[in-house]
Design a protein around this ligand. Structure first.
Ligand SMILES: NC(=O)c1ccc[n+]([C@@H]2O[C@H](COP(=O)([O-])OP(=O)(O)OC[C@H]3O[C@@H](n4cnc5c(N)ncnc54)[C@H](OP(=O)(O)O)[C@@H]3O)[C@@H](O)[C@H]2O)c1
Length: 279
């Protein structure tokens, strides 16, 4: 870090893997301070020892974003560690609850919305005064699937449509206060997200296959995200396929095309699952 560059304080949820872990790596390596959260202690400790020689600092609090008092406790620890001045808040923790409505219960939908949306609202509320007084930035983690709802993904889509609406509203509401609001809209990014069940717990098994050629490497995806964050862009779409798919979903909204493609994709998936079971 050069002398002229300000060392910023970041608070990021969900840094034990994927996008959150890589954001932490690149920021701390660049000399910034990151306070993170997550549930998997081994992964958080490994990240901490990996970053020990960097100029930036990394510390974390372990817990579930839904646990009573956890976010408040994490904020207190952040203030003790980094002096309370927050520059960038990134409520990143999230998971995909897969399944058709009839397979899932209302409790699964509630859990998805509590983790992906309500905990984000709570966290933003918790930090709002500090962010305003520091003229900081809030970065929301959206998804290209906030454009259209696909079968088997409505719970996730509802949560990300909510995030998109929140980011849009706050962008205007906070404009005069000097607070920047950025919405990150990723396509398919390599992470642990496809190894999580309906309550977001990590499993060894991949529960969803994405077209491999579309998946963007985490490192590359995060460096694009950070460029957008540093420029305080209103929205940063990540992945060329995401730009293309969002355009198609927005301007060619023919349900039968999506329905057909999705059924084809599902039948391919079940065929590959059958063949791997036989082997
Ligand atoms: N990867 C993609 O293709 C993609 C695309 C669009 C949007 N996104 C969004 O990007 C964000 C990060 O996901 P990712 O792809 O990096 O997935 P990931 O590797 O599975 O990471 C998810 C992180 O969220 C944490 N988390 C999940 N549920 C939690 C809970 N209840 N309490 C506390 N922490 C929790 C996980 O912590 P533990 O593992 O410790 O439980 C982990 O650190 C999510 O909001 C996701 O919706 C990802």
């Amino acid at each position: 870090m050069t002398n002229s560059k300000k060392q910023l304080n970041y608070f990021i949820t969900g840094v034990s893997s994927g996008i959150g872990a890589e954001l932490t790596r690149q920021l701390v390596d660049d000399g910034h301070n990151v306070f993170g959260t997550g549930r998997r202690i081994a992964e958080l400790l490994a990240l901490q020892s990996e970053l020990i020689t960097c100029t930036g600092k990394f510390d974390f609090e372990i817990g579930d974003v839904l646990d009573n008092g956890f976010l408040e406790q994490a904020k207190i620890r952040f203030e003790q560690k980094f002096g309370g001045e927050i520059d960038v808040l990134i409520p990143n923790a999230g998971y995909v609850c897969r399944g058709n409505f009839t397979e899932l219960g209302a409790a699964d939908y509630k859990h998805q919305l509590d983790v992906n949306l309500n905990s984000v609202i709570r966290l933003v509320d918790l930090f709002m005064d500090n962010i305003k007084s520091n003229k900081g930035q809030i970065v929301f983690m959206g998804s290209m699937f906030a454009t259209r709802s696909l079968p088997g993904f409505s719970a996730y889509t509802i949560s990300k449509v909510g995030i998109k609406a929140l980011a849009e509203g706050l962008f205007y509401e906070l404009q005069d206060s000097g607070v920047a609001v950025t919405l990150i809209t990723p396509g398919f990014i390599t992470s642990d997200i496809r190894n999580r069940g309906s309550r977001g717990i990590y499993t060894q098994q991949k529960l969803e296959q994405t077209p491999q050629f579309l998946e963007v490497d985490t490192k590359k995806a995060v460096s694009v995200m950070l460029k957008g964050i540093k420029k305080k862009k209103r929205e940063q779409v990540v992945g060329f396929h995401a730009v293309l798919l969002i355009f198609i979903m927005k301007y060619f909204p023919f349900p039968f095309i999506f329905d057909g493609c999705y059924r084809l994709y599902l039948s391919k998936l079940s065929r590959s699952a059958e063949s791997s079971e036989k082997q």
